[in-house]
Design a protein around this ligand. Sequence first.
Ligand code: KG4
Ligand code: ZN
Length: 456
Amino acid sequence: MAVIIAYLIQYTLQPTSNKCTRFKELGRTQNNVFRVKKMLYLNRRCFGCVRCSQKQVNPRQLVGLPKSVDWSQEQLNRDENNDTKTLPCARSLIISEPWLNKRFVVLGIETSCDDTGVAIVDSSGRILGETRVGQEAIHSKWGGVVPALARDAHDEAITRCIDGCLKQANLSVSQLDAIAVTMGPGLELCLRVGFESGRNVAASYHLPFVSIHHLEAHCLMARLFFEDITFPFLNVLVSGGHCQLILCKGVGEFLVLGGTLDDAMGEAYDKVARLLGLASGGGGGALVEQLAKDGNADAFHLPVPMSKTKDMNFSFAGLKTAVSLLVRDLGGTEILKECPQLRSDVAASFQKVCYLHLHEKTQRALEWCIENEKNTKYLVLSGGVARNESIRSCCQQLAEKFRLQFAVAPPEWCTDNGVMTAWAGIERLRLGIQDDMKEIDVQARWPIGKFYQGLQ
Ligand code: KG4
Ligand code: ZN
């Protein structure tokens, strides 16, 4: 019956734009209608329906929608005693025997933003196959990631990526032991492509399915390359959507010591790339870093954010504004494009402030760890911005100062990729954690753990 209703609605409403409040309301009140909504998403890629709005949404309006979990959402997740519990999410966990003594092979799928990443990794951490398709060319003319275009590009690439990966690994699907898929946080439309493909493969071959939290995958990635990283460790996560200091206590057990109050560091790099006239779809950070190499970091004074507050939080909105005012005062983006030295000086001055801001807040987190988590042996850096040499050296120096080991994945595995998803799947399966595909759904917003409340 539910299926018939789903199809009736699907063909009468003709989804077109993503502003469908009606569906959201129905979904909230009736569980079975919520399922109908999900089917619409899957089958027709519903962005809304004509009953609510006839208008097509201009993709430009959707650029830059947050992929991160916003602050207020995460505050909801605070609890009284700072306890960390297993990663909170709407998932139904199946705890089986830990997969400890056997070798197993996992296919990982990552489609949370603008990189289609697929990889096959074995339980010893060997990468047997990996494919990636980026979307720079698609988004660059919009100046940011457009979710609907990103979704289409994932859709177009995903089967090719899975097949290519299997070929590289010289394996057939039946030789895989499990499928791990990034289920959030991220762009919902994009997450769905990965979920649908992973679910189809897992269902067709009766393979266990593991739901992966994107930030957990970033945090755990270094353990693939550095086998002796034990819990707890302090993870500095700097990416396009997140900027957090996370105490990793175990798989699924995280305490967020600090996060960003507004934008992420990668987002600031991307914005500065646009202000400097560098072509960038979703990721201009590497281009800014390149420019900064020839610049004078003391050429312009930009304020270091939140240096007077004692907490471990970040803020990049003010810095973004300061750079945009500076660019305006220097004559604007087009003029700057003709003054390479000036442009490099702006990039270097901006990068210096990122360094100082990260240094200050990470130092506070390390002091907190020395005080409260004496067993912390590693400082780990992860996320796309971890590719940046100045950010790497910032964390390296801090680790040395606090007599900790420093770990960061090789640059090519800092940005989003399928290996990190497969590896997080391996970490979960080792503990016997899987998920029931029929009971879970993607989560665009999904806090990684509890927020530390000690320093307000
Ligand atoms: O982890 P990631 O691939 O995606 C998210 O989970 O957000 O990170 C992408 C971010 C982009 O903002 C990109 O500009 C930034 O990482 N990024 C860099 C560098 N390489 C990538 N930022 C600064 N310097 C780099 N070399
Ligand atoms: Zn990421």
